[in-house]
Design a binder for this molecule. Structure first.
Ligand SMILES: C[S@@+](CC[C@H](N)C(=O)[O-])C[C@H]1O[C@@H](n2cnc3c(N)ncnc32)[C@H](O)[C@@H]1O
Length: 223
């Protein structure tokens, strides 16, 4: 199953359902800082940046210039309208064909986007190309192994089967990274989760929930 980000209205509710509360933002800042401690990061690619949820945060935490790349005009439209993202350069492009020169960035950060890429291995090869020598790709994604640990799955049993079909197995991106380009430094970093976001009415329009029958969604939210 692939999501249509353009023309589906998802962009209009995306930030509402996935807004980062201040304390969660702090947690993310901590994780990013600790994960990349000691690495010189001046130029960041936020790949599949969507509405730019992480673009400014990355720039602030790492004191770096950020370019956000996404294939959706609607998602980028939201990002471009945010004054706090004025310093981020946004480009509409596919992960599989990045309009950046070789070695252009010191970090590729990609959150919740890998499973959407039409050709994951091709996107990883592009990441390897645009990363400077020794620089790192931080890939954050649910995997088939972690789905059952998501609390909200208990309330939406149908969603786990749906997500199982579209999420990679943990070894997938690692194998693809090795196969396509041995020089790619890939890390699967921990991902802070905000349980409060699960109570948002806009959740219905997100992730596996979009594919659950409406009456089942309502039954689950009433529990
Ligand atoms: C779930 S959103 C994540 C957005 C953002 N990273 C975040 O964490 O809020 C997934 C994003 O990936 C983008 N996307 C999907 N396929 C893509 C591709 N092939 N190349 C670039 N972006 C893509 C979508 O347009 C969407 O904005």
């Amino acid at each position: 199953m692939s999501f249509r980000y353009d023309g589906s209205g998802i962009a209009t509710v995306y930030d509402e359902s996935r807004a980062l509360a201040d304390d969660v933002r702090e947690l993310w800042a901590l994780v990013i800082r600790e994960h990349l401690a000691g690495e010189a990061v001046r130029r960041v690619l936020d790949l599949g940046c969507g509405t730019g949820r992480f673009s400014a945060l990355l720039g602030e935490v790492l004191s770096a210039r950020v370019v956000g790349v996404d294939s959706s005009a609607d998602m980028l439209g939201r990002a471009l309208a945010k004054p706090e993202l004025a310093r981020v350069r946004f480009v509409r492009a596919a992960a599989e064909a990045l309009p950046l020169r070789a070695g252009a960035v010191d970090l590729v950060f990609t959150n919740l986007a890998y499973h959407h890429f039409a050709d994951g291995p091709r996107a990883l090869a592009e990441c390897a190309r645009v990363l400077a020598a020794g620089a790192r790709l931080v890939l954050l994604t649910p995997t088939q192994e972690t789905l059952a640990s998501f609390l909200w799955m208990r309330f939406f049993p149908g969603a786990e089967a749906i997500d199982r079909r579209r999420m990679p197995a943990r070894g997938g991106p690692r194998r693809d990274a090795r196969r396509r380009d041995g020089r790619l430094r890939l890390s699967l970093a921990p991902r802070p989760v905000d349980l409060r976001s699960l109570a948002s009415p806009a959740r219905e329009r997100q992730g596996g929930c979009t594919s659950i029958a409406r009456h089942r969604y309502q039954q689950a939210t009433e529990r």
